[in-house]
Design a protein around this ligand. Structure first.
Ligand SMILES: NC(=O)C1=CN([C@@H]2O[C@H](COP(=O)(O)OP(=O)(O)OC[C@H]3O[C@@H](n4cnc5c(N)ncnc54)[C@H](O)[C@@H]3O)[C@@H](O)[C@H]2O)C=CC1
Ligand SMILES: O=C(CO)COP(=O)(O)O
Length: 336
């Protein structure tokens, strides 16, 4: 009998824990790594993660540790689920502990500030593991819904399709349906930019704008994401798939989305500091809007919605002023 696939999940927040459940339900033995001993202890003794997924019973195959070496040992898949801006520092400490042929899997939807690197690029840069052993899981996967075992589809992307297929098998359950894709650039960009568009839609909702505004922001947001992706060598069709449109629709419609909620609070008139104070979890778009705009400028791509979000979040532009500027841009043909 072949032994169960072993997975380490670094990050015991909402998505790390929920994806750990998916892996366990698919038959993997899962070790979660977390910083805080009391949380690891709670996972092991109560089979719950009271801080991030209260009330959800974790499968018996999920356990937790604060020892990164223990988590990493012998892992077929090493899953990374910490906030994007903390990845480089954390991974530098974990890199020497990684199992020799492990596949590194990013669950993160951000772009690094300063370097403008996607998370798979940061992983390659820090660990020197080749791109063919680095995969990404993305798509419309709100952690709370997955933890309730509500149905969702997802994308597992890797430049080596056979690696994507192995990961697909390791996380396929009756409620979680992963599709493979080899367009890692497109899949990662879709996940990171949808957070920025989610902020924009949240701001619009908070301002009391209607569903026409929402539909317009989602569609034009997807257009600017696709423009950036095309300039960076992604397949434009990726953006009409789960990593693009799928995730955008889920994020922009759901009160469970932290980015959407963050934007809504800003749109209602809360200051950035007030909004940060009431946000308990990672809203990647808040920082990544700046690195996405950085990427856009490096590639000479116009991203007006992203620019508007940066203006509101980081430059103190009042939402009403930003709206007027966005609507007042010069007239264009839709596809240019
Ligand atoms: N929650 C969701 O529905 C989904 C989240 N994601 C992505 O997954 C990534 C992780 O997000 P969540 O788990 O939702 O965030 P979270 O805020 O629920 O949890 C973050 C985890 O990282 C830990 N952490 C925070 N700062 C750290 C540091 N400096 N070093 C080490 N650990 C640190 C926290 O203690 C916590 O365990 C993000 O990139 C997010 O965009 C992707 C899909 C769905
Ligand atoms: O990525 C997500 C859903 O796919 C989660 O979105 P938030 O990070 O905005 O909560």
């Amino acid at each position: 009998m072949t032994p169960p696939v072993k997975a380490a999940v670094f990050g015991t927040g909402s998505w790390g824990t929920a994806f750990g459940m998916v892996l366990a339900d698919a038959g993997c033995d899962v070790t979660l790594w977390g910083r805080r001993p009391e949380l690891a202890e709670a996972v092991n003794s109560t089979r719950t993660n009271p801080d991030y997924l209260p009330g959800v019973e974790l499968p018996a195959r999920v356990r937790a540790t604060t020892d990164p070496a223990e988590a990493a040992a012998g892992a077929d898949f090493t899953v990374l689920a910490v906030p994007s801006q903390t990845l480089r520092g954390n991974l530098a400490a974990w890199a020497p502990l990684l199992a020799p042929d492990t596949v590194l899997v990013s669950l993160m939807k951000g772009v690094e500030l300063g370097s403008a690197m996607r998370m798979s690029e940061v992983i390659e840069d820090v660990t020197k593991v080749p791109a063919e052993r680095i995969a990404v899981v993305t798509g419309p996967n709100l952690a709370r819904e997955i933890a309730a075992r509500q149905p969702a589809a997802a994308v597992v992307a890797c430049t080596d399709e056979s690696v994507a297929q192995r990961l697909q098998a390791a996380c396929h359950t009756p409620y979680f349906r992963p599709y493979t894709n080899t367009d890692v650039v497109g899949c990662e960009l879709g996940g990171a930019v949808k957070n920025v568009i989610g902020l924009a839609v949240g701001i619009a909702d908070g301002m009391g704008l209607g569903d026409n505004a929402k539909g317009s922001l989602i569609t034009r947001g997807l257009a600017e994401t696709t423009r950036l992706g095309h300039a960076m060598g992604a397949d434009p069709l990726t953006f009409s798939g789960l990593a693009g449109l799928g995730d955008l629709v889920a994020t922009c419609s759901s009160p469970l989305s932290r980015n959407h909620t963050f934007g809504t609070n800003l749109g209602k008139g809360m200051t950035l500091d007030e909004t940060i104070a009431v946000t308990k979890q990672t809203a990647e778009g808040v920082k990544s809007c700046e690195s996405v705009l950085d990427l856009a400028r490096r590639h000479g791509v116009d991203m007006p919605i992203t620019e508007t979000v940066v203006g509101i979040v980081h430059e103190g532009t009042p939402p009403l002023v930003a709206l007027k500027e966005l609507m007042g841009r010069s007239a264009k043909a839709e596809r240019r």
